[in-house]
Design a protein. Structure first.
Lengths: 205, 205
DNA sequence: GCACGACATGAACGAACGTTCTTACTTCGC
DNA sequence: GCGAAGTAAGAACGTTCGTTCATGTCGTGC
């Protein structure tokens, strides 16, 4: 069985909402927010143009809703990944990176939307979504600070290390191909090691 | 004196070409390729809409020309940075990263265009520009391979390390603010260390 | 001083866009 | 069985877009 990326948004209780959101993610991710039209989204969702406005009041609110679903799923994965890890910073960071990489691979286009299309949100939606993204970054920063205190991470630049790691991992969405040479697991392994090395922490073997 | 980012494109010999290219970089970088109009570019360049077509045959060819200037400058900086370094891989990589960070800080919006708007190019322009970008990446890969052979870089993942480093450095364009807490030099220093650490190479001190 | 190419402009074109309007059909509590 | 809310679709709106066209100016080689 091929575990191709399942749709990000599952049924929401409203008839076509999930289909619209998933079509929006696909359209915005492949053609960009301004390059994709509401007609594209409607076609992808298998419904009519005007019906989109029974679910979302505007194109940018639709983008905001789609991004919120993506961010929630990402934050959830990272948190549960960290919770299932041990207490020491290195293994917590390792699981956080693995969870993040997993999300990027499973929902590649959603990740592309999250990173590339933020600027097209209404100002209020943007600030509320930046808060969400910062929450993920803060999780990494907490782990790094913990590791620096414990002495396992010896980088002098704890503040910006999280940003560097998240940038590198997020960028995977721009080039990863499921039929490429790296499996999901190998990729996660690589980037977990990159992160630990960048933090000047302990490496396996 | 404030060393704000000078224009990327200097005089080209044609009357308004440089102004148009710089206006295009600014417009495409701040509003996105599809979000910025040719009228925006004309206004930014201080000329008329129709005059743009005396210089570039279409909007996407204008984007291609602007990106070519950006890539050329980036490649030039990295190459001269590497040439001025010593012979050992760590110091060569260090200078390559410093040059790259310098470009990102000096031409932040041009870097944003280069990374975010590639997909809007005509297919032939895109392939020729990806070749350009790959040339920069190849320079990093060569240094990393050299370091791995010499034994100074002990990462087992030489192939993808370059991509991880370049992703993190390129992403600086998305958040750096000249009036922030980090100077250009401090930032370059941090990322040079991040890169060396990620490669599991020798660190200063 | 004239012809020509480079440069410049305002007006206009057809197409595509986000959004709204009007009109239906379905579902379901009561 | 009825009204209200939710869902659906087609037609149309005003606007903006990339591009073209007709026309005009400027500088420069001959």
């Amino acid at each position: 069985m091929n575990t191709r990326s399942a749709a990000l948004v599952a049924d929401t209780g409203r008839r076509n909402e999930a289909a619209i959101l998933n079509a929006a993610i696909h359209a915005f991710g492949t053609k960009g927010f301004n390059g994709a039209s509401m007609r594209d989204v409607a076609r992808g969702a298998g419904t009519s143009l005007s019906n989109l406005y029974n679910y979302f009041p505007s194109k940018s609110k639709l983008l905001a809703a789609a991004m919120r679903h993506a961010n929630d799923e990402l934050l959830l994965r990272v948190h549960t990944g960290v919770e299932q890890a041990g207490d020491d910073a290195p293994s917590r960071l390792r699981e956080a990176v693995r969870a993040y990489v997993g999300f990027v691979v499973d929902h590649q286009v959603a990740m592309l939307v999250s990173t590339n299309e933020v600027r097209y949100l209404d100002p209020d939606d943007r600030t509320s979504l930046v808060v969400d993204r910062d929450a993920t970054e803060a999780t990494f920063e907490r782990i790094i600070t913990q590791g620096a205190t414990e002495g396992s991470f010896r980088t002098p630049y704890t503040d910006d290390a999280a940003r560097a790691i998240l940038s590198a991992v997020g960028a995977i969405a721009g080039w990863y191909r499921a039929d490429g040479p790296l499996s999901r697991g190998q990729l996660a392994e690589q980037y977990a090691r990159f992160a630990l090395a960048l933090l000047e922490g302990p490496l396996p073997q």
